[in-house]
Design a protein around this ligand. Sequence first.
Ligand SMILES: Cc1ncc(COP(=O)(O)O)c(C=O)c1O
Length: 407
Amino acid sequence: MNTIAKVDIKELAKQYGTPVYVYDKGMIIQNYSTLKKAFAKYYSKTKIHFSVKANSNIKLLSIFKEIGSGADCSSPIELILAEKSGFSQENLLYTGNYESYLDLEQALLSNVTINLDDINSFKRLMKIRLPERISFRINPGIGRGGFEGIVTGGTDAKFGIPYENALEAYKLAKESGVKRFGIHMMTGSNNLEPYYFAEIVDKLMTIAGDIFTKLEIIPEFVDIGGGFGVPYNDNEEPLNVDLTARLVTEMFTEKCNKYGFGEPYLFLEPGRYLIANSGYLISNVTGIKNSYKKFVGIDSGMNTLLRPALYGARHRIEVYDKNENQQIVNICGQICENSDIFSLLQPFPDVEEDDIVVIHDVGAYGYVMASNYNNRLRPPEVIVDGDKHELIRRRENIDDVLRLYEF
Ligand SMILES: Cc1ncc(COP(=O)(O)O)c(C=O)c1O
């Protein structure tokens, strides 16, 4: 692999140094348009809110804003970044969990729609101020994700209100004076099976039907979260987005008709689907070791891209201008942890020190999880648009590290 869009990867490595995160703007726009068109074809009142936790670079957020997306935030700073990127309050959601008073104060101050994680979160919120509209995150009792760590529904999940307790939460909100309602779920990330999405929509709508009929509530929106997956290796098939949209919207409208909900908004909160495959991490080979196994060490590690160490996630890795003499290697970073491994027993071209390697699909949950572990500095971020490229966040430097100390 030698180019990202129309820009030579060696040029990018030379100009910005390595490691460097690079995003392809065209791919982001294409992903958004594919998802938006697929859902709008079947249900026009579908609204997409990009999940800021997947990637919170202000420049990238402002692209989502420009192409018509809303944004879903999970912390006060994410809200502030989204506001700085130009999103207006009616296009912002706040979905936290175990929300503190400070979190809730910021969400109220920003005047955005809040998806509350628990009835006790509502009790805390009430002590500050009662919003006009509220939504609760429901745990529909099932969950599924690409790894155990990204399953967010079901009996082991820390998120949301168990559906058995959901009536009590909405009853309290209504009796306390809330006038307008929505309902939310997010059951897991990186799902590639269209029928799963229909299954969870069925569950959520049945729960909504039961609660809202009893309480005489007509929901203004139903938020089914994100979770739309992407293939991280060549053996996986991409999500069939059109089929997913058709199955979800069919189930949704059938239940809306059954329960007399009219036509509420259908909210989606995708992160990974919209941005994962737009991102590349360009790195340099720093050392090659023939130990009990052969290791290729690069200047990115779990400090730069945590997913492999965190979940055992695997990303495609290619070498600039080399594809010959494949041999089995382990690719690792420079961090003092034995879990600092990008791939085990991977067929890889015969590389030398200073070769450039490119890690794929790092646009979601990449930079946002980067850290200063071992006091390595966070990399810069660059956007590529056709044959142009631009720095959208500079590399950290020693002053950034020292600034936090009192001397
Ligand atoms: C509440 C909520 N919404 C949206 C998302 C985005 O998920 P994904 O990137 O799988 O689309 C997440 C991710 O965990 C989430 O917790």
